[in-house]
Design a protein around this ligand. Structure first.
Ligand code: THU
Length: 136
């Protein structure tokens, strides 16, 4: 599974986005260390704060299906599904990912198959608060 394939799956995931309020559609494809892939989209709610981001939809779906180890995620998004810029994971999603992902976990954001940027969780969430701080 290369980054282009993961990008294509994130685009597919975005098609299921439910975003009637922001009209900003997001899709994510999460690659497990065992090769399984979980897709997620943003799911908005009339009570705005209940909205779930695409990355957390993918992560929670994977966790609920027994996955615990992840190697990469690709995120795409844009107003009315038109991708004009990179869609970076929000702070809440970065923190949610940090519960299960190592610092070298890869985060891809792309505009198209030939324009995909690669980061690590450490790049996007430095000096993070995680379970090691709790002595777990
Ligand atoms: N959104 C995501 O799905 N992922 C992010 O990391 C940032 C924001 C969604 C939430 C909301 O449905 C819409 O994008 C606009 O904020």
């Amino acid at each position: 599974m290369d980054k282009k394939d993961l990008f294509k799956l994130a685009i597919k995931a975005m098609k299921n986005s439910y975003a009637p309020y922001s009209e900003y559609n997001v899709g994510a494809a999460l690659l497990c260390k065992n090769g399984n892939i979980f897709k997620g989209c943003n799911i908005e709610n009339a009570s705005y704060s209940v909205t779930n981001c695409a990355e957390r939809t993918a992560l929670f779906s994977a966790i609920a299906n027994g996955e615990r180890e992840f190697s990469a995620i690709c995120v795409v998004g844009g107003k009315n599904g038109e991708i004009t810029d990179y869609a970076f994971p929000c702070g809440v999603c970065r923190q949610a990912l940090s519960e299960f992902c190592d610092s070298d976990f890869k985060i891809f954001v792309g505009k198209n198959e030939d324009d995909i940027k690669e980061f690590t969780l450490e790049n996007l969430l430095p000096c993070s608060f995680d379970k090691s701080k709790l002595g777990e």
